[in-house]
Design a protein around this ligand. Structure first.
Ligand SMILES: [Zn+2]
Length: 462
């Protein structure tokens, strides 16, 4: 007997909000050519990531119709903006809910999320989105979300939605794969072949993102443990939210979600295993990358250059604003040569150049030469460089530099480390705690009590 046709609504609302930044994320930031997007434009907007994986697999099934509901894409600010305004959130979510009502009914909903969205007045935005979507589609429909491992989530999301699939690696290599899984499991659930029984478990450990690289132990081991559970038990899925500590929201910290096919006891057992493993390894989870003060990092870069261990990557992991100039200052003071600094965000400089009639395509980078063979690139927004190939300007190529200073924590390892490109990698941050610091107790939290988390308080678990 042929399967009944299935209608799935597809929605997207994602941001990684650094709530300590002064510039709110506004309606205007989400509104640009191509955003919001609906229909085929929404379904096709990110073919190599979650959305692409979801659409690819959903369309492998006969009789599955995908309906792209008007949704905002990522804001123009990328990750370089603070609290999403209530106006922006309510406007877009309101339109998404109206679209769902207008185009329904639906058998299932795919929510393409991130998990670290920070909205003024909405403590748990992803759970709130799921709750309001549920209000339209009803209890009989299935709701699945995809997430970034930096999501801050607690049990509320899976209390409203049925399933979640979270990227396992940092750098985030498997977003397309998690999108594929979300599609397959959503179709299975709608057809009655998978009955999600889930457990969400929080572990009171909070970690700065720069320490969460899954290319080395113990973070690699934690991912491996989740993969082993998925391999040994059919229909078990394990999500690990490393958490995003630069959002002042109540559900920060390490979180596990486990999904099984109707087996609540198994879900509990796997969650207990993951959580107790993480707690046993808590000290190691906090002692991974070495982070140098910027003057020392620049000095070490100079020494590595003298030894010929180039190119050197100097990564200021802490600059979540994009406009920090500490490395530039040290490069000048210590008189380094052949350095590329990419980028320093300076909206005013870029806007002035545009007003004065300077024309450019796309991202509008301005490169300025200084000192002995140095170049600094100025951009409109915070820019995280992932691959050396991105560093191409009028008048320079990446191979002419011995030191490349970028703003990234772990994602740059795709193109600079995993590829074998860099011979020396130095992570740096300024002396005083800055937005993305490893010293979380230097941040002005209002909604988080750090004393309730290892390593900042005398915490016991379970
Ligand atoms: Zn992430």
């Amino acid at each position: 007997m042929p399967h009944k046709p299935i209608r799935i609504a597809v929605l997207h609302f994602a941001h990684e909000t650094v709530t300590f930044l002064a510039n709110d994320t506004t309606l205007e930031d989400f509104t640009y050519l191509g955003s919001p997007a609906r229909g085929e434009a929404l379904l096709a907007h990110d073919p190599k990531s979650y959305m692409g994986g979801f659409v690819k697999v959903a369309r492998e099934y006969e009789g599955v119709e995908l309906v792209g509901i008007e949704s905002p894409l990522w804001p123009r600010t990328g990750t370089g903006s603070g609290w999403i305004t209530t106006e922006a959130y309510e406007t877009f979510l309101g339109r998404m809910i109206a679209g769902l009502k207008a185009e329904g009914p639906f058998d299932g909903v795919y929510l393409s999320l991130h998990g670290a969205m920070g909205v003024r007045g909405v403590p748990r935005p992803e759970a709130d989105i799921a709750r309001r979507v549920r209000g339209v589609v009803g209890r009989k429909a299935f709701i699945v979300g995809t997430f970034d491992p930096h999501g801050n989530e607690d049990e509320q999301f899976l209390a409203e939605a049925d399933m979640a699939f979270t990227v396992k690696y940092f750098p985030h290599y498997d977003s397309h794969l998690q999108g594929q899984r979300a599609a397959r499991m959503l179709v299975r659930a709608i057809r009655g072949d998978y009955k999600p029984a889930t457990v969400t478990m929080k572990v009171p450990i909070i970690t700065p993102t720069v320490l969460q690289w899954t290319g080395a132990s113990p973070w690699m081991d934690m991912v491996q443990r989740a993969l082993v559970w998925e391999a040994r038990e059919p229909d078990v899925y394990v999500n690990v939210f490393f958490g995003f500590p630069f959002a002042d929201v109540p559900d920060v910290g390490l979180t596990f979600q486990v999904m099984t096919n109707g087996d609540a006891a198994l879900a509990r057992k796997v969650a207990d295993d993951m959580a107790s493993w993480a707690w046993r390894r808590r000290e190691a989870l906090l002692n991974t990358a070495k982070v140098y003060p910027i003057p020392e990092g620049v000095r070490l870069a100079k020494q590595a250059t003298a030894r010929g261990e180039v190119p050197v990557v100097l990564a200021d992991h802490s600059d979540r604003s994009g406009y920090a100039t500490w490395i530039l200052k040290e490069v000048i003071e210590q008189d380094l040569s052949d350095v590329l600094i990419a980028t320093i965000a300076d909206a005013r400089a870029i806007d002035t150049l545009k007003v004065k009639g300077v024309k450019a395509d796309g991202s509008f980078w301005v490169s300025v030469g200084f000192g002995r063979g140095n170049v600094v690139v100025i951009s409109r927004y915070l820019t995280q460089i992932l691959y050396p190939e991105e560093l191409r300007g009028p008048g320079f190529t990446v191979d002419q530099f011995k030191v490349i200073a970028i703003k990234s924590r772990v994602h740059f390892r795709r193109g600079f480390d995993d590829s074998g490109f860099a011979k020396t990698i130095l992570l740096v941050e300024p002396a005083d705690p800055y937005l993305g610091t490893v010293r979380l107790d230097g941040l002005p939290y209002k909604n988080v009590d750090l004393k309730k988390f290892y390593p900042y308080g005398d915490v016991s678990f379970p």
